[in-house]
Ligand binder design. Structure first.
Ligand code: ADP
Ligand code: MG
Length: 267
């Protein structure tokens, strides 16, 4: 995004993959927390009706009355919808189950693909990074995220069909570029749930690196029980257990994302 008076001053990144359970929410929550730990101002936008990111930050359902649904369908502003979290410098736009209905409610409306972009451009937003946690589909909600975003960050689980799913997502990104958002780029691909005891993890990781080259982050997120425990405590793993391998991996990922800043500022 540009440094004009309105709209996001920082970078809008859609965390997307049409497959469920690959680590989108975990990556959105913990990369956001790691960026905030590096003194960045961060907003997480929970665009999944399941609301796992909202739960992952421990935001009670009572405090979700104005969220992504109201932003997309009722003209609520991002500023109205953003709530603070336990993490200093990190705010959240929550989701709720009614967001599932938004896809249908918007279907016959003009400019339905631009709802989120318009909402982000309506006011100055004091964030360095806005991370959008997308639902596990390529429907209208994910499309809104891809139209609003500067870039897509793809979590890829180290499993057998990873590359096939990735191809499908990359073709979708190309179509979005052609029709709605010519400046959309790939922020990067992060390998998740890597299991060093499993040969398949290694095979998939080297296969993905061979095909996708520099787009793949050096940081690899290990399968780590602390990562999976943290959401049930309503905390990002960096708050729940800072010294865990999962926390360290997400800090490494944040450092790589911060290093990319020089590239996209120069571009
Ligand atoms: P998605 O948002 O793509 O559906 P999630 O981030 O919710 O995926 O992750 C799916 C499940 O896997 C969740 O239960 C989550 O806690 C768990 N999980 C994600 N990443 C890890 C990890 N690195 N180690 C262990 N469990 C993980
Ligand atoms: Mg999710």
């Amino acid at each position: 995004a540009s440094a004009t008076s309105a709209g996001p001053l920082g970078r809008v990144i859609a965390v997307a993959n049409q497959k469920g359970g690959v680590g989108k929410t975990t990556t959105a929550v913990n990369l956001a927390t790691a960026l905030a730990a590096c003194d960045k101002r961060v907003l997480v936008l929970d665009l999944d009706p399941q609301g796992n990111a909202s739960t992952g930050f421990g935001i009670d359902r009572r405090y979700r009355s104005v969220g992504a649904y109201q932003v997309l369908t009722d003209g609520a502003s991002i500023t109205d919808a953003a709530v603070g979290t336990e993490v200093p410098g990190l705010s959240l736009v929550t989701s709720s189950v009614d967001l599932a209905g938004a896809e249908f409610e918007l279907i016959d409306q003009d400019e339905r693909e631009y709802r989120l972009r318009d909402a982000l451009e309506k006011q100055p937003l004091p964030y360095d990074y806005i991370l959008i946690d997308c639902p596990p589909s390529l429907g209208l909600l994910t499309l809104n995220a891809l139209v609003a975003a500067d870039a897509v960050l793809v979590p890829l689980q180290c499993e057998f069909y990873a590359l096939e799913g990735l191809g499908h997502l990359l073709r979708t990104v190309e179509r979005v570029k052609k029709s709605f958002n010519p400046d959309l780029t790939i922020q990067g691909i992060v390998l998740t749930m890597y299991d060093k005891r499993n040969n398949l993890s290694d095979l998939v990781a080297s296969d993905v690196r061979e095909h996708m080259g520099k787009l793949v982050y050096e940081a690899v997120i290990p399968r780590n029980v602390r990562v999976s425990e943290a959401p049930s405590h309503g905390k990002p793993v960096l708050i729940y257990d800072l010294k865990s391998p999962g926390s360290r991996a997400y800090l490494d990922l944040a450092r790589e994302v911060l290093k990319q800043e020089t590239e996209w500022v120069a571009a």
